[in-house]
Design a protein around this ligand. Structure first.
Ligand code: UT7
Length: 316
């Protein structure tokens, strides 16, 4: 039987730092409020001449190097983003593939907002288990700063730029595989989180989103553990979407996790939408909190509404 394995992780953190103190000079806010309400201290902002595909390309280089895979063995490139280089085409994945020197393979973007990386896991797992593909490069990449209204203090303080990528490969070893991925969507909430075509700036009603996020994330995390006969004690790390530390704390408490089981990178990078989970996985990997063979639970929520979870053995 063929399984899909999470074979490597890579990320790219743009160099420019936008701190809470910098934001104090841009909107009526303060460091104390932001830290208390979100857990964020700073976020990264891409350069003028860096677009989403550049961030995704740099994260992909790391993931490819760490998987120790020949670029010509990659047979699909899929990118999740809500801040693509172009409005609709060409896709960011095609541009990243070209920068990597990959051609003549399937490459496309998906739109699932902050749940994008978990959706990608689901797609890659299905393609690999069906035998259609063997090595898929999945990327979450965001230059959210270009669609941010830096006069809207309730939204601009949480978001940042960055990218994360992973190679998902075929394996016959179930103990190294992605066990399960859930992906859901429920429409009718356009007004809460959207990017209108006229302004091309993100609009978010944070308070409402907050409540819906806690409920969906908590229920889905519990359900995926139960469905796979795993308990909270079996989990080495819970790596949720880094939207707001207060959301993460509430979900962690609902599942009954110990603080050391919960991955937090939000203080340094803020909310990077589709890039936030792979950036957090990379952060755990580079700080040696995530090791080969660890059982991890990913948990995401975003515009749409979309949400989902991934339960997997890290094989990097
Ligand atoms: O990525 C996936 C989807 N997104 C999320 O999951 C984000 C979920 N939402 C959130 O993280 C939070 O709702 C925010 C961090 C965005 C906002 O925090 P909040 O605690 O929900 O604030 P609020 O919008 O309810 O505002 C509370 C108060 C208001 O003042 P009054 O009306 O009580 O006097 C705001 O005007 O805080 C005020 N406020 C601020 N004060 C200082 C709002 N933004 C700021 C600010 N600095 N930046």
């Amino acid at each position: 039987m063929i399984f899909a394995s999470f074979r490597s992780i890579g990320a790219y953190y743009p160099e420019n730092i936008l701190s809470n103190f910098d934001l104090e000079k841009m909107v009526e806010t303060n460091d104390e409020w932001i830290v208390k309400r979100t857990g964020i201290k700073e976020r990264r902002i891409a350069n003028e001449d860096e677009d989403t595909s550049d961030l995704g390309y740099k994260a992909s280089l790391k993931a490819i190097e760490r998987a120790n895979i020949d670029i010509k063995d990659i047979d699909a490139v899929i990118c999740a983003t809500l801040s693509p280089d172009y409005l609709a085409m060409p896709s960011t994945a095609v541009i990243i593939a070209d920068k990597l020197g990959i051609s003549n393979v399937m490459a496309f973007d998906i739109s699932a907002a902050c749940s994008g990386f978990v959706y990608l896991l689901n797609i890659a797992k299905s393609m690999i288990e069906s035998g259609a593909k063997k090595n898929i490069l999945i990327i979450g990449a965001e230059k959210i700063s270009k669609i941010m209204d830096y006069k809207d203090r309730s939204t601009c303080i949480i978001f940042g730029d960055g990218a994360g990528a992973s190679i998902i490969s075929a394996t016959t070893d179930k103990s190294k595989s992605i066990l399960d991925v859930s992906s859901f969507a429920s429409g009718g909430h356009d007004e809460l989180l959207n990017t209108p075509l006229d302004t091309q700036k993100m609009h978010m009603e944070g308070g409402e989103i907050f409540k819906l996020a806690v409920r969906s994330l908590s229920n889905d995390a519990k359900a995926i553990l139960e469905r796979n006969n795993k308990t909270k004690e079996d989990l080495d790390l819970f790596i949720p979407h880094q939207a707001n530390k207060r959301i993460i704390d509430k979900v962690g408490k609902y599942i009954g996790l110990k603080p050391e089981q919960v991955a937090l990178s939000i203080a340094k990078y803020g909310n990077t939408s589709a890039a936030s989970i792979p950036m957090a996985v990379n952060d755990m990997y580079e700080s040696e909190k995530l090791k080969n063979g660890d059982l991890i639970l990913l948990n995401a929520f975003g515009g749409g509404l979309t949400w989902g979870s991934g339960l997997l053995y890290f094989n990097g």
